[in-house]
Design a protein. Structure first.
Length: 448
């Protein structure tokens, strides 16, 4: 009887342990997250997750083995096609659905292809995007504020014109300086107005493209991007609601950039409440890192807001949760302390963080575990504390019907943490290694 009990216990452990070992960062995790976003109607976010899944397991398959004796129907291209269909993107919907059917037949893919052939797909102009109503309300208030400031500037300009006619030589320099200030403020308002009134290509809006230094869609995606949790910023004076506003704006802006995997605020609030931490951001970096680990992210963004009668300043630090190292630190200042100026600074810092953590590709040039040497360094924007994904390319993947080369099969081998960075090379430590994989010279790397 005792031996039988031991046998049953070992069998249970054998079935449960793989689920524990492989939880997080696997193709089926991304696929399941994509399905959750589909149920919410957040089509863009669902596509991001399905794309992450297909970067690791490309082909659609029924009853695909996950781990142990666990299987699932795996159709990332079909689900992407349905998301594109609901976004009104008929071309990409047709392409994804046909690719899914080429790999494995499914009634659901055929059903949506038939809808497309009948012209039943919604047009992009008629699609109602996933909208954050609170954000929409804030944007409307911001546009009203812009209009008020434009009116104020027009009145100031008219007053200056009257002063110029009466000004003598002693005051002409002051008038010229004021003209320059108003011209600079007009230019800032024009940029801000263009941002707020631009058509929204996603549920989180758009950011000024001219401010960005790279395009994340041009880099090979292996698994998911760097995951970030934006914690409440510490409020050092001023309106008590500012901390919450900054956190929301940071989350929206960073998500809009399509560079990072941003954790939703509800997940952050849940952990903060469980740990009985205040929502004003007044927690030290060590505790903040622990919160980040509990949420399960690669990095946390923390900071502070300092308000005075003469202006407002904002500081932010992106910290790696694995090592506690600061990846980058940014700040912004405004001579005004209105809510609008605070939001502008939050957007500005988001763009600075984006530009300071670039997506870079390179190679492993030495594979002496535990220290791995890469051919990318500070000249390409690398810095201590950044993470890299190691992968290898396999055979080209061709369309089973048209023969078109769609890309190459990629296998994620593990993740590295940069510990020393020089101009043209970096040293890194292994923080994650996929079972059965060995790092070798020539393996490719991409910034996470």
């Amino acid at each position: 009887m005792l031996n039988l009990r031991k046998l049953v216990l070992l069998l249970i452990v054998a079935l449960i342990l793989p689920a524990t070992i492989y939880a997080g960062g696997k193709w089926y995790n991304y696929y399941e997250d994509g399905q959750k976003y589909m149920k919410m109607g957040s089509w863009d976010r669902a596509i991001d997750e399905f794309r992450s899944a297909s970067s690791l397991e490309f082909k659609d398959k029924p009853q695909f083995r996950m781990y142990g004796m666990h299987f699932m129907d795996y159709f990332p291209h079909r689900e992407m096609g349905i998301c594109y269909y609901n976004l009104g993107d008929a071309a990409n919907a047709k392409k994804s659905l046909e690719l899914s059917l080429a790999f494995a037949p499914s009634k659901r893919a055929r059903e949506y292809l038939d809808k497309l052939s009948r012209g039943d797909a919604p047009s992009a102009a008629s699609v109602t995007p996933y909208v954050d109503r609170e954000e929409e309300k804030r944007l409307a208030m911001e546009r009203e504020q812009i209009e008020r400031e434009k009116k104020r500037l027009t009145e100031q300009s008219a007053a200056l014109e009257r002063q110029k006619k009466e000004a003598d030589e002693a005051t002409s320099k002051k008038v010229a300086m004021e003209e320059k200030r108003i011209a600079a403020e007009r230019e800032r308002l024009a940029r801000l107005e263009a941002e707020k009134t631009a058509s929204r290509s996603s549920d989180a809006g758009t950011l000024p493209v001219g401010a960005l230094t790279y395009d994340p869609t041009r880099v090979t995606q292996v698994g998911s991007r760097l995951s970030i949790a934006v914690l409440p910023f510490e409020n050092k004076g001023g309106d008590a609601t500012i901390s919450s506003t900054v956190q929301d704006k940071m989350i929206t802006s960073l998500y809009s950039l399509k560079r990072f995997k941003i954790i939703e605020r509800s997940q952050i609030d849940k952990v903060m409440n469980e740990q009985k931490l205040g929502m004003t951001g007044a927690i030290d970096p060590d505790r903040a890192v622990k919160v980040g680990k509990m949420i399960g992210v690669d990095a946390i963004l923390i900071g502070s807001i300092s308000s005075t009668p003469t202006g407002v300043g904002m500081d932010a630090r992106l910290i790696d949760t694995e090592s506690g190292v600061i990846i980058t630190a940014k700040d912004a200042y405004s001579p005004k302390n209105s809510l609008q100026d605070v939001k502008n600074m939050a957007t500005d810092i988001s763009i600075q963080v984006y530009n300071d953590v670039p997506l870079v590709e390179g190679y492993v040039i030495r594979a002496d575990v535990p220290t791995i040497v890469l051919d990318v360094g500070s000249a390409k924007g690398m810095r201590k504390g950044m993470k890299m994904v190691v992968y290898k390319e396999g055979d080209a993947i061709t369309h089973p019907v048209t023969g078109e080369i769609l890309g190459k099969q990629v296998t994620k081998m593990g993740e590295l943490l940069l510990t020393e960075v020089q101009a043209k090379m970096s040293e890194a430590q292994v923080v994650e290694k996929e079972p059965g994989q060995t790092f070798t010279v020539g393996n490719k790397v991409v910034a996470k």
